[in-house]
Design a protein around this ligand. Structure first.
Ligand code: GLU
Length: 472
C-alpha cells in the first residue's frame, strides 16, 4: 500500500471527496456509490524472460460505470499496487466529469521496472497483460479504453491495439479500444503534448484572473513568471516548453537524480538532450546543481509544477514550499496535509483532477476519431480555404488594396487535425477552469480550488446516476 502520512493514496482521495461532499446535498448512499471502486481486477501471469519464467503482478480497476466506457492510463512502475491503481482510477472518474468527457474512471498498472527489460520483453509483457484484459472483458471500445500513463507511451498502446485486433479481427471499431496510439495506428495528432499543454492552458487561465492574482500579489498573465518543473518526462517536458514559449522563465528542472537551477531560465529541449547524452540532468552548462531533486520544490518561484509521481509534497516539506501557485501536473502529488498547510499559507493549488485532464480530453478526441473513421479536418479543410480565399478576393476588390501576404496565408488556412485538437483542448481547459472558479466563488465556505473541483465532479456524477434512474 502507498502509505503517506498514516493513510493510503486511496484514503487521501476519499478524504478530499468527503471534504467536498459536505458542500453538496446528495443522499449519503449516492455519495457512497460514487466513492466506491466498482470493479478491481488483480492478476498474475507468467512471462518467459531469458531462461526464467517471471510471474508478473498487474491490475485494472474500473472505478465508475455511471458512463461507459471506463477510461484511464496503464502505468509500468515498481510502485504499482492495488491501492494506488484504485486511487488513480477514482481520480479519472472525477477528472472526466469536470472536463465533460463522457467516460467512467479506470486505471491499470503492471508492477515492473520497465528499464530492466528489453523492448522485446516489454512487448511480451504488454501483450500478455492485454490478453488477460480481453479474457475478462476489461478492454474494448465500449467497455474500458486504456491509454499511456507513467512508464508507458505510444509504443505500448500500439502493442495493445495489435493484440486486441488479433483477437477481434472483424470488429470495425477495434481501433477505439485504446488511445494514445501512434498516429500511423489510428492515433490523433496532438495527443503526445496534450497533458502538458492542458496544464499550461489551465494555469494561464488562472493567471488571467485579476482577482486571483491580486490575492497572490502577482501580475496577471504568464509573461515573466518564474516556474519550477519537477519531472522531465513527457508531461514535465511539455509544461516547461509551453511556459517558456509564452514568456515565463523555467528557473529549475528536477529529476530523480537531482535538479538544476538558472535564474535566467532553462530551455527544456537543451536540458533533455544533455540528460540523454550524459545520463543525468546535473552539470548542465551555466546552471547550478541542486543535489536532491526535492530541493527544487522549495525554491522561491511563482509557479511550481510537480509533474512526476504522487505524494511528493506532504506534511513534512509543505511548510518550506515558497511557490505562490502549485499546478498539479502529476496525479496526487500533494497529500491532504500539504493541502491544509497551503490553504493556511494562502498558496493557490490548482488541482490535478482537472489540471492534468488534457491527456484524457485528447484521448476522447482520438476515440471519437476512431469511431468516426475519419481524420479531423479532412472534410472541411479545403472548403474553408476556398471560402476564405473568396472572401479575401472580395475584400481586395472592394477596397482596391492587397491584403498583406503573411496575413493572407494566415486567414486562408483551413483547420488541420492538430489545429482542431489544440483548439478543442484549449476550450475544454478554459471552460473547466472557469466552471470550478464559479463553484468556488458561489460558496465562500469552500476552502480551496481542489474542494471546488470535487464539488463540481460530484454534482455531475450524481446527476448522471440520477438521470440513469439508478437513484430515485
Ligand atoms: N494517463 C492519463 C491520465 O492520468 C491519460 C488517461 C487517458 O487518456 O485515458 O489522465
Amino acid at each position: 500500500m502507498t502509505v503517506t502520512e498514516n493513510y493510503s493514496f486511496f484514503d487521501s482521495v476519499t478524504r478530499s471527496f468527503d471534504k467536498a461532499a459536505r458542500f453538496t446535498s446528495w443522499d449519503p448512499g449516492i455519495l457512497e456509490q460514487i466513492k466506491a471502486c466498482n470493479s478491481v481486477y488483480k492478476m498474475k501471469f507468467p512471462v518467459r524472460i531469458g531462461n526464467n519464467v517471471e510471474v508478473i503482478e498487474a491490475y485494472r480497476v474500473q472505478h465508475s460505470h455511471h458512463k461507459t466506457p471506463c477510461k484511464g492510463g496503464i502505468r509500468f512502475s515498481m510502485e504499482v499496487n492495488q491501492d494506488e491503481v484504485m486511487a488513480l482510477a477514482a481520480l479519472m472518474t472525477y477528472k472526466c466529469a469536470i472536463v465533460n468527457v463522457p467516460f467512467g474512471g479506470g486505471k491499470g498498472g503492471i508492477k515492473i521496472d520497465p528499464k530492466k527489460y528489453t523492448a522485446f520483453e516489454l512487448e511480451k509483457i504488454t501483450r500478455r497483460y492485454t490478453s488477460e484484459l480481453i479474457k475478462k472483458n476489461f478492454i474494448g471500445p465500449g467497455t474500458d479504453v486504456p491509454a499511456p500513463d507513467y512508464g508507458t507511451g505510444a509504443r505500448e498502446m500500439a502493442w495493445i491495439l495489435d493484440t486486441y485486433v488479433a483477437m477481434h479481427p472483424s470488429e470495425v471499431d477495434a481501433a477505439a479500444c485504446v488511445t494514445g496510439k501512434p498516429v500511423s495506428q489510428g492515433g490523433v495528432r496532438g495527443r503526445t503534448e496534450a497533458t502538458g499543454l492542458g496544464v499550461f492552458y489551465g494555469i494561464r487561465e488562472v493567471c488571467n484572473m485579476p482577482d486571483r492574482m491580486a490575492k497572490l500579489g502577482l501580475n496577471t498573465g504568464i509573461e515573466g513568471k518564474t516556474v519550477v518543473v519537477q519531472g522531465l518526462g513527457n508531461v514535465g517536458y511539455h509544461c516547461a516548453k509551453y511556459f517558456r514559449e509564452h514568456g515565463a522563465k523555467v528557473i529549475a528542472i528536477a529529476e530523480w537524480e537531482g535538479a538544476i537551477y538558472n535564474c535566467e531560465g532553462l530551455n527544456e529541449e537543451e536540458v533533455f538532450q544533455h540528460r540523454k547524452a550524459k545520463g543525468t540532468i546535473l552539470n548542465f552548462p551555466k546552471s547550478k546543481n541542486l543535489a536532491v531533486n526535492t530541493d527544487a520544490l522549495e525554491l522561491e518561484c511563482d509557479i511550481l509544477i510537480p509533474a512526476a509521481l504522487e505524494n511528493v509534497i506532504n506534511g513534512q516539506n509543505a511548510p518550506r514550499v515558497k511557490a505562490k501557485i502549485i499546478g498539479e501536473a502529476a496525479n496526487g502529488p500533494l497529500t491532504p496535509e500539504a493541502d491544509e498547510i497551503f490553504i493556511a499559507k494562502g498558496i493557490l493549488v490548482v488541482p490535478d483532477m482537472y489540471l492534468n485532464a488534457g491527456g484524457v480530453t485528447v484521448s476522447y478526441f482520438e476515440w471519437l476519431k476512431n469511431l468516426s473513421h475519419v481524420r479531423y479536418g479532412r472534410l472541411e479543410k479545403r472548403f474553408t480555404e476556398n471560402m476564405n480565399k473568396h472572401i479575401i478576393g472580395q475584400i481586395e476588390e472592394l477596397t482596391g488594396k492587397d491584403v498583406d501576404a503573411k496575413e493572407k496565408l494566415f486567414i486562408e488556412h483551413g483547420a488541420d487535425e492538430i489545429d482542431l485538437v489544440h483548439s478543442g483542448l484549449e476550450e475544454t481547459m478554459v471552460n473547466a477552469t472557469r466552471e470550478i472558479m464559479e463553484v468556488w466563488k458561489s460558496n465562500p465556505e469552500i476552502p480551496d480550488m481542489r474542494t471546488a473541483a470535487y464539488v463540481s465532479a460530484i454534482n455531475k456524477v450524481a446527476t448522471s446516476y440520477a438521470e440513469l434512474g439508478i437513484f430515485p
